[in-house]
Design a protein. Structure first.
Length: 532
């Protein structure tokens, strides 16, 4: 029996429990109240700017082009004369945006960075279907803008996925009702039909934006719907079929997300493991959308293992349209999305406001502090050079619509994981005169300063810059480099020896963020060009 005193103790206990729940780790901060556009596609550049890109046939945005420039495109489905911008460049340091000019429609397009740091962006809808566009980043304050190429892709691609290859080519795979891949720009090889894309195209599709990873054996892992293959892209041969993942479909419109877990020097970067999280009940998509519960499972599979199989895990909450971001600590942030329904206009409800952080070594999920802003369809998440995660977009409407349950979202936020708390600053490493180039197979040393005592290794972690759209970051990969014990130099400074990746198969040429990480606390990264 519970007496009055016990009842009070119980209430106090519950208060304490709810206070503990309120003190969830991490923090959201609004960076910009009005970015002018809702970013459907987002990519960080190596000069610390971020490309925000929406679609063009969406009517007026909330930011105009400058200097009296307008877009007169007779093929635009909505406004043939349009003076508003549909892409902007965000400068991290000044926290400002500059309008960019994009001519053809980029709706549900794809992208990847070239080895020289230029973003190649491909496809879209309507007159943008076969388009190839380039954005060469300039230092903040510059006037760089989109350049659209005369040379088109062979197939129109809407909802395709791109991957930079070791030889510097870009492969683009799949798309809506296109069951092939090609290399962009085409050098005469043509398109390659891929039966796997036919096989995974069910009555609601569920195979758009396939998850594509370059593996350490220079084959591609391709996941669509609930199935996956190992593809030799030189010979167009399927080398392996993997087991079907249990549970819901995981690609658009069911909208799970996925990452290739960090490649690790401990096994000479030879082990590749894929993580797929969330998705929707397949019958949530048909119109009118049913608000069935989203998937609550993740699967992890070592795809380089001879007898690969899915290990299934349960997330703390259901989620579709999540974005998965590889953190410098080797953990995975799962953020944005909803708990019911599916991907598509007005198709989801019950926003998933709390991110979770997944730790691969323990398979543990930790619920993070909530955002106040629902980020459902057409929202993005990208790692920044200081370890924050930039969160943009959400527009589940055909046009910009600022009323109703999920208004078009123009605010940009950053999520700061607890590793950025100032209480960790005494362990936070920072580089002293870091290198700007890492050459394949070469050793290098780097000086790192840490305010507190250094009693454990200082890890060096390479992070690629992905092209993020529709809950999947194309080209995202991370390498945990080999490091020596820190060698004391003087004051708070230590020297660390390390080795660059051995080949472009492990890390295709290009710009990467190199992070120092000490006892799970990352310092600010430096940009390195990984090359021959
Ligand atoms: C863009 O320009 C149009 C035409 O001058 C104007 O009506 C509109 O208010 C402007 N929009 C913004 C966000 O400045
Ligand atoms: C990078 O390469 C692309 C494709 O060859 C080219 O269009 C672009 O101008 C290059 N960018 C720089 C900065 O050299
Ligand atoms: C959302 O999904 C949960 C879990 O399946 C379910 O209990 C709930 O009724 C759903 N919400 C709506 C509005 O259908
Ligand atoms: C196959 O998988 C099982 C269970 O996951 C594991 O115990 C075993 O070591 C694996 N064998 C090989 C050859 O990889
Ligand atoms: C790099 O360092 C490792 C470990 O000290 C050593 O085994 C290797 O030979 C070095 N490689 C080069 C190219 O110097
Ligand atoms: C750092 O190490 C020194 C020497 O071992 C010790 O006296 C000091 O308390 C340590 N400082 C911290 C903050 O741990």
């Amino acid at each position: 029996m519970m007496g009055g005193g016990n009842g009070l103790a119980f209430v106090l206990l519950m208060l304490a429990v709810s206070q503990a729940a309120m003190a969830q780790p991490g923090r959201f901060d609004i960076l910009i109240e009005n970015a002018g556009i809702a970013s459907m596609h987002t990519a960080l550049t190596h000069v610390n700017t971020v490309i925000f890109l929406d679609r063009t046939n969406i009517g007026p945005s909330e930011i105009n082009l400058t200097n009296g420039v307008c877009r007169d495109n007779p093929k635009d489905l909505v406004s043939t004369h349009d003076c508003s911008a549909h892409s902007v460049l965000f400068d991290i340091a000044s926290n400002t945006v500059r309008p960019l000019f994009i001519f053809t429609d980029t709706w549900c397009s794809s992208g990847a960075f070239l080895p020289n740091g230029t973003l190649m962006q491909t496809g879209g809808d309507n007159e943008g279907f076969k388009k190839v566009r380039y954005f060469s980043p300039c230092p903040p304050g510059g006037a760089c803008d989109w350049v659209e190429s005369e040379k088109e892709m062979l197939a129109g691609r809407w909802y395709a996925s791109n991957q930079l290859l070791p030889d510097g080519r870009i492969i683009t795979i799949g798309g809506r009702n296109v069951f092939s891949y090609e290399f962009v720009p085409d050098q005469g090889l043509g398109q390659f039909d891929l039966q796997f894309l036919h096989d995974t195209n069910d009555e609601y599709n569920d195979n758009y934006y396939p998850f594509v990873y370059l593996l350490p054996d220079n084959n591609l892992y391709v996941f669509a719907n609930r199935d996956s293959i190992l593809l030799n892209y030189f010979t167009n041969t399927v080398l392996r079929k993997y087991p079907t993942i249990p549970g819901e479909p995981r690609n658009y419109p069911c909208a799970g997300s996925s990452v290739l877990l960090p490649l690790d020097n401990a096994n000479d970067f030879s082990v590749a493991e894929v993580l797929v999280c969330g998705g929707s009940n397949k019958f949530a998509f048909p119109y009118p959308p049913a608000q069935l519960g989203a998937s609550q499972t993740c699967g992890r599979m070592i795809v380089t293992s001879n007898n690969a199989s899915w290990e299934m895990l349960t997330m703390p909450m259901r989620r579709n349209m999540g974005d998965m971001v590889l953190l410098p600590t080797g953990q995975v942030l799962i953020v944005n999305g909803a708990q019911n329904g599916s991907q598509g206009w007005g198709s989801a409800s019950n926003a998933a406001l709390n991110p979770v952080i997944f730790t691969p070594s323990t398979s543990q999920f930790d619920v993070q502090a909530a955002s106040t802003i629902p980020r459902v369809y057409h929202s993005t998440a990208n790692l920044l050079p200081d370890g924050r995660i930039l969160i943009a977009g959400s527009n589940t409407h055909q046009y910009y619509t600022f009323t109703g349950a999920f208004p078009t979202e123009l605010r940009v936020e950053a999520f700061s994981p607890a590793y950025l708390d100032s209480s960790n600053d005494f362990q936070r490493p920072s580089f002293v005169n870091p290198p700007t180039v890492l050459r394949y197979g070469f050793n290098f040393t780097i000086d790192v300063s840490v305010p507190g005592n250094v009693t454990s290794p200082i890890q060096l972690v390479l992070c690629s810059v992905p092209f993020t759209t529709h809950s999947y970051s194309q080209g995202q990969r991370q390498l945990n480099l080999a490091v020596s014990q820190p060698l004391f130099i003087n004051g708070n400074t230590y020297s660390v020896s390390s080795s660059a990746p051995k080949s472009a198969v492990l890390a295709p040429r290009g710009y990467y963020m190199l992070f120092p990480v000490h006892k799970g606390i990352p310092g600010r990264s430096t940009w390195v060009l990984v090359t021959y």
